[in-house]
Structure formats: structure tokens, C-alpha cells
Design a protein around this ligand. Sequence first.
Ligand code: PNW
Length: 461
Amino acid sequence: DAAAASTLIDSLPAGFRWGVATSAYQIEGAVDVDGRTPSIWDTFCRVPGAIDGGDNGDVACEHYTRMPADVALIKDLGMDTYRFSVSWSRFQPHGSGSVNPAGVAFYDRLVDELLAQGIDPWVTLYHWDLPQELEDAGGWPARDTAYRFADYSMLVFEALSDRVDTWTTLNEPWCSAMLGYAYGVHAPGRTEYPASLAAVHHLLLGHGLATERMRKAAPRKVDIGITLNAATAYPASDARHDLDAARRADGMGARLYLDPLVHGRYPADVLADLASAGVEIPVQEGDLATISAPIDVLGINYYFSQKFTGYAEDGRTTDDEGQPITRTLPLNRPRTAMDWEIVPEGFTDLLVRISKDYPGLPMVVTENGAAFDDVPDENGYVADEGRTAYFASHLAAVAEAINQGADIRGYLAWSLLDNFEWAYGYDKRFGIVRVDYKTQTRTPKQSALYLRDLAQRLRAR
Ligand code: PNW
């Protein structure tokens, strides 16, 4: 209601950013036109059984051709910031060497269109779509990929930094490394545990190399950062093995990234856990200084939190390989269509914790949102009460974190459009705008109108 909305808006700091996010492979389509080459996601989508419904990003939201109308939509929704990603395969089709002029031209037009509408463009350089050629050469477990990423980043920076102020190197390196190389549920679908830790390191190294080079080349003050997905890992009890399970989950999910980025060292407890599993991170001299190159903004993507126990159902604390049990238990909360529990206070706890353990680092929520089973009326309108309530409770959680001292500079909803939800295909809808995939008609949902109302209040104060 109006009272809650104005209380929320009043608690946000001056200059608070308000916007929406997307990523290239999830919306663009046009995968084989104008010189784009396949990325690991084009390949992975062809693996039988990899994606629900056999879906792929070939057409997606046809954003590549509908871009001007989509930008007008962002404007209509009152957003001041739009976070999008650049398709590496479109921009630099071979993953090294020269750029693709048609690819550069697309992102040129997108940035110009956004600026013409008064929307601040926020570029993510890598949202999971590695050129297939680089995967064939070893992918992220290969050190060379970090250097290819820095070269590519510089090409994008040279093309767009005259107009783009805010840059994110990587989106959620945990997902790239773990879902892609350890669990095999994301592209490239590999299940190689030691290689996945090499991928973590080379992703972070690529981030650091790109950050250093962009900083040096910056024509004026720009903000450079990285976006991590994170959560609060609650222990199921104060029992030793429950506390240790939560520590391990937080170590592998958050501190493995935050500590090298901010403090220039991997967390000792996580290194010890990895060593006892026979895994080593391939760190070379100087890498950690590069990885900890100063950043201006930390992007946080938040969806859910979990509770952890170190006990198996039969009470054992180690598995057959002698490795400690790390098992999630339900928090007994309502769930989204992803089966993710809705835990807004986990968001507050996360943001406050990061601001205490990594002080001096401004944060922006670069993604937050939820999938629900939308039911459109005959006009395509979705009264998405559940998603609207999710945004309201999570925005209140952000306001509470600010109230507790966290330095949070903005909030970007995931996502502008229903889109290709990776391994779940088009079945899972995160959009604040409905996409009818038969006609490509866009219809703002109730949640979009809610966020637009808040945008107007924010601008009016
Ligand atoms: C993020 N997890 O992915 C991505 O940045 C988006 O591209 C994606 O559409 C969105 O969240 C919704 O899934 C995640 O397993 C994927 O914890 C998986 C997890 C978290 C984030």
C-alpha cells in the first residue's frame, strides 16, 4: 500500500539507483546472424536432456531485432538503470583477435538508445556465454582463458567506455565454475571437481586482469566491479557439525570469492577443506595481487538462503569417501516456482554481514527476483501477487540492511522480461514483463507496475 511504499522509499539513500537486468543469451536470440559464432550455451542446448523441454536461446525474446521497443519499455517502467550483458561470441566471434563490426554496432546502438531515453547503461562483460572455440581450447580451467577475457574486455571497453560509466566483469563466477564444471548442469556440462576450482581461479584472474587494464585505459572516472551470487548459510543448530556445515557452505559459496577479491588471499579454512579432498587451486606468483585490484562496486545477486546440517539422515557426519556431510534442510518457508525458499531476512543478514566483513565496498543489488507460475488473463496481463510480494519483502530487507549500516547504492530487478532460464528453459518465468513466445508480445505484469510506482516515488522525493 501507499504508506508502506513511502516508508520504503524514504529509507533509501540519495542517488539510489533503480533498474532492471537481463543477459545476452537469455534474451537476444539471433544466434547465427551477423557474424556471431556459437557459445558454450548454443552447444550445451543441443545436448539431449540438458535443458527442460529441449529449449534453447535461438529465438529467445528476439531482443536483437526488438531492442528499440524494449528500451522504450524500460523507459515506460520508470527505470533509471539497465544492466545488460555483451555476448562475447557476437562481439569477438573467435574469442581472440578482431572484433565483429556488426556485433559492436548492435551494442553501440543499444547504448545510444538507452542514453537517448535517459537510462544509464550498465555493462556486464561476461554472463556465462564463453565462445565455444575457447572452451575447445580448455575453457575456464585453462589459464589462457583469463588472458583472452581481459583482451575481450578491453575491446568492449574501447568501444563503449566513452558512453558507459558502470562495468561489471563477471556475473556470478560461482555459477560459471560450479554449475558449469563441477555439477554439469550448466554449459559446458563438465563434472570435473579439481578443474572447477581451476575455473574459479581463472575467472577471478580474468576479472583482475580486465579490471587493471580497464582502469588504466579509462578516459574518465568509471565504476568497475564484479557481481557475485550469495546467500546466508544458516546452521541447523549449534551442534559442532552443523556449524561446520554452514561454515563450509559459506566458504565455498561466498568467501572463496570475496576474500581474494577484497583481501587478496583465499580463505585458509576453505583451502584446508579443499586440500583434504585432494584439490589445489593453481595460484601463480602475483595472481592474488591482480585479483584484488581495487573495485568501485560489488554487485550482489540474491534469490534465497538455506539451512545446513553436517549430519546425514542416519546421523553420520562423513560420506563413503570420508568427506564431511553438507546437507540442506528446509526452513519451512513458501517457495517460488524454482523451489527456492523465500527468505527475505537472509538478504538483510547477507548484506549486513558483507558490509561488516568487507568494509568500504559499496554494494548494488544487481539481481533479485522470483519465478512463479504466471496465469495471464485474455489480454496477456498477469496479476502476479506472489512476485509483487517477493519484491516488496526483499526491498524491505534491503532497506533494513541500509538501516543497519550497509552501504547499498541501488536495486536492479531480475528480470525485465520472461526469458531463457538456462537449464529450465522458458518454463520458468522471472520477468516483470510477460513475453508471449508465440507473438513476442510484451505485457507488463502487476509487479512491473508496482516497481514503476516506487520508481516514481523515488524520483519525486
Ligand atoms: C542467476 N543457484 O542465476 C543469473 O544471474 C540469471 O541469469 C538467472 O536467470 C537468475 O539468477 C535466476 O536463476 C542463478 O543455484 C542460478 O543458486 C542458480 C543459482 C543462483 C543464481
